[in-house]
Design a protein around this ligand. Sequence first.
Ligand code: NAD
Ligand code: MG
Length: 394
Amino acid sequence: MRSISIFGATGSVGEQTVDLLLRAGGANAFRVVALTGGRNVARLAEMARELRAEIAICADDAGLAELRERLAGSGVAAAAGAGAIAEAADRPADWVMSAIVGAAGLVPGFRALRHGRTLALANKESLVTAGPLLMTEAAAHGARILPVDSEHSAIFQALVGEDIGAVERIILTASGGALRDWPLEALARATVQEAMAHPNWAMGQRITIDSASMFNKALEVIETREFFGIAPEQIEVILHPESLIHSMVGFRDGAIMAHMGAPDMRHSIGYALNWPDRQALPVARLDLAQIATLTFRAPDLARYPALRLARVVMARRGLAGAAFNAAKEVALDHFLAGGIGFMDMSGVVETALEALDAELGDEKTNICLEDVLAMDHLARVRAGEVARGMAGER
Ligand code: NAD
Ligand code: MG
């Protein structure tokens, strides 16, 4: 029986992973080891009972008493805190889903790789902040990383049986997010609620706002560079409002392999779960005659400064990815709290990156996990200062 752990089980990707496990037989078909969640202790306890997990862990110590109470008599152990979440990655499991949001997902995924596990990676922040480290760790321990981000799963699938050396370019598709048809001048006044109205995908709050600002696509460009080891200039971004082509690979003979499907994360989660097999998945089938047309347009960099910043980060190397992601998370926090405007987020990130330039090192710098975590912390402090300064000016 395959053993499975899910980090971030109560989130959007986590819930969809649990859904697939339950459809495939749940506790009768898998041995569920660890499930982790944030503050939604009730839901965490419910899924841990249903899947008969060994242990359920909530991020906040404050939730532990309630978690214990809800799990009483179930045989499921309870724990809390970032340390306990990281330790859960040491528990033997064949397949580990990394679906915590943000840099908090880095350490558990990293530890799972150290044990040679297969890591289904939704947490793109891991590759953005510590790509070379993660890939080296996986190679050193014979661990496999399977991409779960839909674009990267699409690219991964398009590359089956192909030689990466024959790849000319990778074309990431982007929906453009909730505000894609707004006039540029109006973007500065966009509210959280408006940025949350994603046209195609139902996702967690943070990634949905990041889709509207294209910070999500910026992270994905860097994720592509790190995971597939492709040069930045070989990575393109195209707006594709229908979100039916999940990404494309262009080969040196001019052929382009496109991966299509309904915008449903259970496809890429299921692909990673069943890899290298394909199993039936509960996703809608496309009716191409009904869809009739697919459209594409080049992204306007004035609307999406994040895409320009991704190029800066890839050229800068060193700890630039860690600083970029942390500053982005802080800028998003300030936007969510109403302190800064929608278009100010990229300003915060750019200013913080510039302020940290001397501390980022470069491609020759020997970086370890502690360096990444230290830069994550430092960039949060700097970005917080910049954001508060901007909020004061408003
Ligand atoms: P979400 O906000 O819905 O869920 C995040 C999960 O992480 C929850 O279980 C939450 O409790 C937990 N969590 C949050 N902060 C934590 C912390 N500090 N410590 C421990 N646990 C914490 O997020 P999501 O949309 O499911 O996204 C998860 C990851 O997958 C992100 O990296 C995201 O970029 C990536 N991703 C998501 C989608 C999607 O469709 N939602 C698509 C592609 C990639
Ligand atoms: Mg994606």
